[in-house]
Ligand binder design. Structure first.
Ligand code: ADP
Ligand code: ADP
Length: 235
């Protein structure tokens, strides 16, 4: 089954008020395990809204969304939270790391939230993931002591530590200079290659979108272009 399958997804804000607006107009989109895709489009086209719906952070106003084959429209808040924690990793433009905690503590946080404690194995695995993203020597540093690129690498480690099948990244390099952007992007590509994790990356940077395997372009709440839809899928 596809990892993510959206059919006719709509999103309206301020429903029932004079300023009601529909910002996604019946989107259909399928993402398979192991894909590395860019989501592009002008500001206001609905990229964050779509990513938040896929990330179970925002509800749909209509349509169907199956995540790992399961329709999520019927899940209650507790069900959504469970599903979010088991199936999804997140990287945001601003790293959203906890400033008072070390890099290692930030990366053990998903285990703490899911299991209520951080086992020795989880802590060891968090160290391994931090080493894999090149931060073996910075694990005890707080976010404020790290460069922007390093902070994003911690955020990527945190997104990957529970081994979700897919990582959703909203402008993960939007706040970085060109060199750090390239480095963070290369890291996501490497993690995709090594772990097989799918990535869906919102980006404004055409240089980075070009280096993804698939480009999905939103314009005014509709998919204007999708490499996969437009071309025959191999296999
Ligand atoms: P509500 O549940 O009342 O819609 P929100 O916190 O979602 O509360 O939004 C508060 C107000 O700010 C709403 O009027 C909403 O339309 C507006 N708003 C929030 N985020 C955005 C955004 N990204 N773009 C435009 N308007 C927004
Ligand atoms: P993008 O990520 O492509 O810039 P967004 O998904 O943030 O686009 O926004 C799509 C449209 O939805 C915009 O017109 C934005 O103002 C509106 N919007 C986003 N969030 C809210 C909200 N909470 N309330 C009302 N309108 C919103």
């Amino acid at each position: 089954v596809p990892l993510i399958q959206l059919d006719g997804v709509r999103k309206r804000y301020n429903v029932g008020r004079p300023n009601e607006t529909e910002v996604l107009h019946g989107l259909s989109l399928t993402l398979h395990a192991g894909e590395f895709a860019a989501l592009i489009g002008p500001s206001g086209s609905g990229k964050s809204t779509l990513l938040n719906i896929i990330g179970l952070l925002e509800t749909m106003s209509g349509g169907s969304y199956r995540l790992q084959g399961e329709e999520v429209g019927g899940l209650d808040d507790a069900g959504l939270t469970l599903k979010r924690r088991e199936a999804l990793g997140f990287v945001f433009q601003f790293h959203h790391l906890l400033p008072a905690f070390s890099a290692l503590e930030n990366v053990t946080l998903p285990a703490l939230m899911r299991e209520g404690r951080v086992s020795r194995e989880r802590r060891e695995h968090a160290r391994e993931v931090l080493a894999a993203v090149g931060l073996a020597n910075a694990m005890d540093k707080r976010p404020g002591e790290l460069s922007g690129g390093m902070q994003q690498r911690v955020a990527i480690a945190r997104a990957l530590v529970m081994r979700p099948p897919v990582v959703l990244a909203d402008e993960p390099t939007g706040n970085l200079d060109r060199a750090s952007s390239d480095e963070v992007f290369a890291l996501m590509r490497r993690m995709h290659a090594e772990l097989g994790t799918s990535f869906l990356i919102v980006t404004h940077d055409p240089r980075l979108a070009e280096r993804c395997d698939r480009t999905i372009e939103l314009v005014d709440g509709r998919i204007e272009r999708d490499d996969e839809r437009d071309a025959e899928r191999p296999s």
